[in-house]
Design a protein around this ligand. Structure first.
Ligand SMILES: Cc1cc2nc3c(=O)[nH]c(=O)nc-3n(C[C@H](O)[C@H](O)[C@H](O)COP(=O)(O)O)c2cc1C
Length: 197
């Protein structure tokens, strides 16, 4: 039975490792009876926030770009998976722009993410390239906005799903440890969705 809808956001400008593992994550959620929706920044135009405060006054963003595809989706989902490549030990500029631009969503409805369940997936080219720092950025975004951040738990996943791509799609596909961390995180993500949504 389809009962929950999950939004997956890919923060990679390419159709490569991050999108691949996000699709795997969404498939795992579909196997658990969820409906899924994938939003990718690839080919999209999402400008950084200008802090013009138009959204505070008008309850919408002044920048009429592809972020407007994403704004309405937040309303209809119970869970959010943010997947990002690691760029300089953090999320990509595109993911950061999305996070910052949700200021307009919060201006319109301060509870736009409240009680929704969130998890993170990161993909680094290096084995220890800042994956957990990038996850922390995503978890902070969830906490700030009242979402429930879910980790994979101790003994194998810890903060969430972390992948080592060796900068190739083949590399990520062969990352058994990464998939172990993904499976553990998805299991808990689903448990939290069942309990809190
Ligand atoms: C601008 C830039 C910065 C990067 N910085 C890091 C980094 O700090 N740590 C890391 O492990 N990999 C880094 N990488 C490598 C990517 O994270 C890696 O290639 C990843 O697999 C890309 O994901 P994608 O295949 O989904 O695009 C960087 C890549 C780019 C383009």
């Amino acid at each position: 039975m389809v009962n929950k809808t999950i939004l997956g956001i890919s923060g990679s400008p390419r159709k490569q490792s991050t999108e691949h593992v996000l699709r795997e994550a969404l498939n795992l959620m579909e196997e658990r009876g969820c409906k899924t929706e994938l939003f990718t920044v690839r080919g999209k135009n999402i400008s950084p926030c200008r802090n013009c405060d138009y959204c505070i006054r008008e309850k919408e963003c002044i920048l009429k770009d592809d972020m407007y595809e994403l704004y309405p989706i937040f309303k209809d989902v119970q869970g959010i998976i943010i997947a990002t490549p690691v760029y300089n030990g953090g999320v990509t500029a595109q993911i950061k722009a999305i996070m910052d631009r949700t200021r307009a969503a919060a201006a319109a409805d301060i509870d736009f993410l409240k009680h929704k369940v969130g998890m993170a997936i990161t993909v680094g080219g290096d084995r220890i390239g800042g994956q957990e720092l990038a996850i922390q950025q995503i978890m902070t975004f969830f906490i700030l906005n009242g979402a429930i951040p879910v980790s994979g738990g101790p003994f194998g996943s810890n903060l969430g799903a972390n992948f080592w791509s060796h900068d190739t799609l083949k590399g990520v596909k062969e990352d058994e440890e990464g998939f172990r961390s993904l499976n553990k995180t998805i299991k808990r993500f689903h448990e939290f969705l069942e309990k809190y949504q």
